[in-house]
Design a protein around this ligand. Sequence first.
Ligand SMILES: Nc1nc2c(c(=O)[nH]1)N[C@@H](CN(C=O)c1ccc(C(=O)N[C@@H](CCC(=O)O)C(=O)O)cc1)CN2
Ligand SMILES: [Mg+2]
Length: 302
Amino acid sequence: MTARIIDGKAAAAAVLAEVKARVDAFRATKGRPPGLAVVLVGEDPASQVYVRNKGREAEAAGFRSEQHTLPVTTSQADLLALVARVNADPGIDGILVQLPLPKDIDAETVLTAIDPAKDVDGFHPVNVGLLGSGATDRALVPCTPAGSMILIESVLGPSLAGKHAVVVGRSNIVGKPIAQLLLQRDATVTIAHSRTADLAALCRQADVLVAAVGRPEMVRGDWVKPGAVVIDVGINRIPAPEKGEGKTRLVGDVAYAEAAAVASAITPVPGGVGPMTIALLMANTVTAAHLREGLARPRFGA
Ligand SMILES: Nc1nc2c(c(=O)[nH]1)N[C@@H](CN(C=O)c1ccc(C(=O)N[C@@H](CCC(=O)O)C(=O)O)cc1)CN2
Ligand SMILES: [Mg+2]
């Protein structure tokens, strides 16, 4: 079998087109665009690229877009003061603090300070709880998991009843929320991690295999059940001496060529889950704007 390649760039473009249409309608109704504030602390090069791309997509969508770039020496108190300011700004619907934060800042304290109604990353305990309790009408859902679900749905449809989903990775950002979303679609869900016994054998039972561990090409072809749908959330930069000295390339958590020979469908890296993250951030901002204004919740990627 050669797997169908799930095109995350095309799926992201479709979500962004829906976002744009929703923004036009929102602006016509409310007389203002949705507003998004993105906060970056420090100079991590990858984070700088992601934040720049978020600002670019926000402007393309027609948002009011703010970027706050703070030095790596910023104190937690100063960052919390900025969060309080954007919380209080009525024209800002979405607030995102780019992760990772510098080591002297406690991410949980900062994420918990964001107004849950503006928490477009879905990392605030209120949104984590709403997702866990199945309150899909009110929760803001983390972007990478929400985007991954759209890609899964593009292959398998909305119901995962009777399917076994194995999520490798238990992070708050990806593993745990995607497990909740799979459960809501009636999948039977197993969360596996570094302490799981015989991970390969467990993965071989998965109809839907989600890899989100941050270890380059850890999931091998013989871990994949024939015909499985493989979602690779990993983005790892590894040395690529074949491209020249000091060069690097991106790989996922899945050994792509091996897995693609066995799976029925698979996300590539790059071009799979990654592009969905920023598209879903834009969608979440539109959703937050609608909920804050008492409008019906829009649905994206349906
Ligand atoms: N506050 C947050 N911080 C972080 C998040 C997040 O969702 N919220 N996720 C990641 C980084 N991230 C967005 O912030 C992100 C990662 C990757 C991509 C993406 O499009 N990747 C491309 C490849 C990009 C490349 O060439 O380097 C792909 O996979 O095709 C977008 C957004 C951590 N921090
Ligand atoms: Mg990808």
